[in-house]
Design a protein around this ligand. Sequence first.
Ligand code: OTU
Length: 657
Amino acid sequence: MPAPYPTAPDNGSSGREAARSLERLRPRLRELFAAEPALWPVFDARLDRHFDRLFRTLRALYQDRYDFFWHLEQITATAARQMLARSPDLRATDATAEADFRWLRSHKEVGAVCYVDLWAGTLPDIPARLDHLRALGVTYLHLMPLLKTRQPPNDGGYAVSDYRQVEPRFGTMADLEALATTLRAEGIRLCLDLVFNHTADDHHWAQAAAAGDDEKCDYYLTFPDRTLPDRYQPHLREIFPDRGSENFLWVSSLNRYVWSTFYPFQWDLNFANPALFRQMLEEMLFLANRGISILRLDAVPFVWKEIGTPCENLPQAHLVVQALNAAVQLAAPALTFKSEAIVHPDDVVSYVSPGEAQLSYNPLLMVLLWEALATRDTSLMRHSLTKRFDLPDGTGWVNYIRCHDDIGWGFADEDCREIGIAPDDHRRFLNAFYTGRFPGSFARGLPFQDNPRTGDCRICGMTASLAGLEAATDEGDEQAVALAIRRIILMHGLVMTLGGIPLIYLCDEIAMPNDYSYRRDPDKAADARWVHRPAMDWSAPALSGSDLHEPGSQVFEALKALTALRRRHDAFDQGPITILPLDNKHLFGALKSGSEGPVVVIANFSEHPQPLDDWGVPGVLGTDTLDDLWTGRSRHFAPGLMLDAYAFHCFAPGSQP
Ligand code: OTU
């Protein structure tokens, strides 16, 4: 089933213009294939399919450029050259990807993410950990930024100094290529970040700019004086308020101001320059040709700036990604984009389409899981997911509980108000709860970028610590430990079954707690996100199986079983979902259906046993014998059936009457 590509916006005569321009370009592109004529028909067919989109999106972005057609040719030729540079192995994956995009929504997919150094050591050390990944059924491995980066501080690698070199501590580009090949043979796709909104201030483009290279200077957003910065600045959101609210820095080597959205050592790139667009396409395809299958498009909302706007989620940011997508479909269709847009849920969804980013993080589900865990009330989760879980065909969610970043309470204000919740008060409550300031809270999180001026604050912490395991263990409270473990399993249970690729934040699989040692490292101490970036404890009892009662072991065993459960039933594909209107607010229930029939996923977000409504689940499943696919037990439904504290169930119609 090939993916359906939407057509780009039609601005007047661009359809005919595109066709004419393709006819002009075809013979020149064909010449590039002189040494490999067999590949030309493949590329030529892709031109028929994708050139129109490429043309229209680029035209919309760069229509004012007198040299538009020259840039268009350079960009298309870059795609052609990179297709030619691709190995036969990778070209074979392209053919498969073009024929079938269904894996994006498949229940067979399980993702995991880790830092190379903290989890494994170096790139060549990763294959030794394959058994561990196999045990979790991993088919998608996201390695946190591993390209060459500036000396610390470097924002955990999000300040890239060279897109074509691996950070020497982790290995070499050859190691990365070898790893991608090994993983591919295992059926594991490799995902890397493409940090394309900015580079490190010591990237060779930045250095060339400082040495007087005007072309490279145009790769960045720079200004001779404060005139334009002063017009942009008042409309910008503070992303890292700890650094102050100023996004323009005076760089004396350039004798200019430089735009920097994140840390001052991260310089924003200028996508309004088509030469930078082409260059980034080349960097991207270079990585694709090393065997990378998924690119996580970092900070995608920020890639286009216009005076008088917040410079986030602008229509041109979408056009940039759509144009990159079209060019990638020409050169390396097996490459998939995952958008990282941690913004209003409507904006998150706006990046997701077969012709833009096929995958997207689902920050909404993530925050709603934590929200319901704190409140013990699933109202907001039900209300928001009912409106906002579906995605178009040919696209899918990447669902997660924790990642390397903070948790920002990005549910929609309007969803809150529609059910009588005051959104900002609610966020204040959640911040108090997860930093352990709220009386009775089980959580041990840290505040991140606490902004007293706006009242904004985000939360850091490992799953185990936020779910209560750290506090319970310290207090030696066995009952609280048991509840915390159940919370962790409940959340993982939902991301494994609701639909979308679950992304396990490695180290969470053995319930590792917060790591406070970052406070002693001057390069990390000011960034609380390091509290949830521990080094993997390979000596943990969970991994030797020596003590199955110990919390890490219980979580690890449950996660292995949950991924196995996910693999067994296609009801857990991404697909239609019905959120059940159960009377009991502590319970969350969703109906999914697969080739073997319906499945109802139920979770109890309360630490007390809760009755299941008498009309709910049997009504939906059409029987009152319920087979629990998760526990393997069969239950007879009777009104008032009690579900345990933090219970998780996957009920299917029972096989015995
Ligand atoms: C991303 O996050 C990365 O995930 C962070 O680790 C980086 O520091 C950052 O980019 C800069 O490269 O604001 O708090 O809407 O929310 O891109 C994290 C997207 C962030 C942003 C997101 C950003």
